[in-house]
Write a new protein. Structure first.
Lengths: 416, 92
């Protein structure tokens, strides 16, 4: 199969970059019309590199240096409404400031792509990685993808445009990469020749068509004086509900599109990430399985491989797609596992970790329901060491042996 | 005229309006109605200029109010330099 790759490895360029730079290089190749962003640690390098590309004339992108993240998202919404391919990126407080506009981007069905470099939320102020920011935008109608390494950050950023702009989807996509663990860590990343990326995306963005009664024809969904549209009108109890339903349906279709794009990427580059939605490791005969998002999956897989050699039947499920949540796939995958541990790098105070709640929902209708424990770890960038990961697996194996869960919510690596 | 409400599968993408705002008659919002005394009116057209709803029209001879769209805000009456416009209750 690898010999049949469209772009074999020797035609790909290896670049020593960190996660942020990997994203910047990906965006550079994607024929993006407008980038509007405001720098915030640990996302800064993306904006820095990209503004250099613009200043050097390496890209034709219109770069809008805005005064806040609220404006960054607003500018992207305006650009995308005019038919442009738009990109932005942010972290933590910046994402929180964008919040109200996230719903507008998805409600308008604009295929904006945003890199979210995950960082903890204030207070107390912290610049390091956790997933509280991404969890905060959970219900905003965005597709949320989480990457494990910088190579995947590069690959997924390009894929995100293709997923977002698919006529069946037409939704904004957030590509999540862990702050510092990925954003500031050097890694060799394979990059495609630019024209291959252009071909993969089918050139510049093409807006979808929609039928407008008063024009008596189908027109491109974009602001154009030749076919005037009102985007964002007042919409009360008589139509608002109806306008939310297409978003529900588009989300239902998004999973298959993510899978398809992952497959297409494999044929192009030789790289794929599980089935695009779930990337699992040694789950088939496992008694104890960890479910996790982002870069920690690398540590968990490594520890699982070490423990496997010692005879422990452990496995790892990394969810690459958090929204839409792959309920059925998770249910099928975890069927027959004795104990499942859900690792959340962030939590809903007064409840559990958001990932745990989803897994719980997925497993509720399963006949062979595993024991389920929620492990909160790594808040504010606290490291998850292999030793800690092993402790989690051992705890989970003991839970499986005991046959019941004593404590549903556990905190890993915090001083008491 | 009660229009049949459409189901979600028949709507354009992104909550784009499929009808012109001309078809949305906002005159029903009104409680006070502007009435122009054409004997006092000097045809200066300040009311036309200030009307936020383009509900003041010129028919070639007189200034007329389009009651299909006038919401009765009273700006025209307030701006009229010769006090030719009275705001009278819609229902008495």
């Amino acid at each position: 199969m690898l010999s049949k790759l469209k772009v074999p490895l020797e035609k790909q360029k290896v670049m020593p970059v960190n996660g942020d730079e990997a994203v910047a290089y990906a965006v550079k190749q994607c024929l993006v019309d407008v980038v509007a962003a405001y720098p915030i640690t640990p996302q800064t390098i993306i904006v820095e590199r990209f503004s250099e590309f613009v200043a050097n004339g390496e890209v034709k992108t219109q770069y809008v240096p805005v005064e806040s993240e609220h404006s960054a998202m607003s500018a992207c919404i305006g650009a995308a409404a005019a038919g442009a391919r738009a990109f932005t990126s942010t972290s933590s407080q910046g994402l929180a400031l964008m919040w109200e506009n996230l719903y507008i981007a998805s409600g308008f069905r604009l295929p904006i792509v945003m890199a979210v470099v995950n960082r903890a939320l204030s207070a107390p102020i912290n610049i390091h990685c956790d997933h509280s920011d991404a969890y905060g935008m959970r219900d905003s109608g965005w597709i949320q993808l989480f990457v494990e390494n910088s190579q995947e950050a590069y690959d997924t950023t390009i894929q995100a445009f293709k997923i977002a702009e698919n006529p069946e989807v037409q939704l904004p996509v957030a590509v999540n990469l862990d702050g510092f663990f990925l954003s500031h860590t050097l890694e060799n990343v394979y990059m495609l020749p630019e024209e291959e990326v252009h071909e993969f995306l089918g050139g510049y963005r093409k807006p979808v068509k929609t039928y407008i009664d008063y024009l008596n024809r189908e027109v491109e969904y974009k602001l154009d004086p030749a076919s005037p549209l009102s985007i964002g009108p007042l919409d009360l109890y008589d139509y608002y509900f109806e306008h939310k339903m297409p978003q529900v349906e588009a989300m239902k279709r998004a999973g298959d599109v993510v899978r398809g794009v992952n497959e297409e990427w494999y044929e192009l580059t030789g790289r794929s990430y599980g089935d695009g939605v779930i990337d699992s490791y040694a789950v088939e005969d496992a008694d104890a399985v960890i479910v996790v998002l982002g870069s920690s999956a690398g540590t968990m897989k490594y520890v699982a491989s070490v423990m496997r050699r010692k005879g422990f039947k452990v496995g790892v499920v990394r969810l690459r797609m958090f929204r839409p949540f792959p309920f059925n796939e998770v249910k099928d995958l975890l069927k027959g596992v004795k104990a499942v541990g859900v690792m959340d790098r962030g939590l809903s105070f007064g409840s559990y970790g958001p990932l745990y709640l989803e897994i719980n929902t997925a497993l509720y209708y399963s006949r062979e329901r595993p024991l389920l424990v929620n492990y909160i770890y790594g808040l504010g960038g606290r490291d998850l060491s292999p030793a800690m990961a092993e402790e989690v697996f051992i705890d989970l194996i003991n839970t499986a042996k005991l046959g019941e869960v004593k404590e549903y919510l556990k905190f890993i690596g915090v001083r008491s | 005229m009660k229009e049949e409400l459409r189901g979600w599968k028949d709507l354009p993408i992104g909550a784009v309006t499929y009808k012109l705002s001309l078809e949305y008659r906002t005159g029903g919002w009104r409680t006070l109605k502007p009435v122009i005394d054409l004997n006092k009116c000097t045809r200066c057209m300040l009311c036309w200029l200030f009307c936020p709803d383009m509900a003041i029209l010129w028919n070639g001879r007189d200034v007329v109010v389009s009651y299909d769209y006038c919401k009765g805000c009273g700006i025209c009456a307030h701006e009229c330099p010769v006090k030719a416009i009275d705001m009278v209750p819609e229902y008495s």
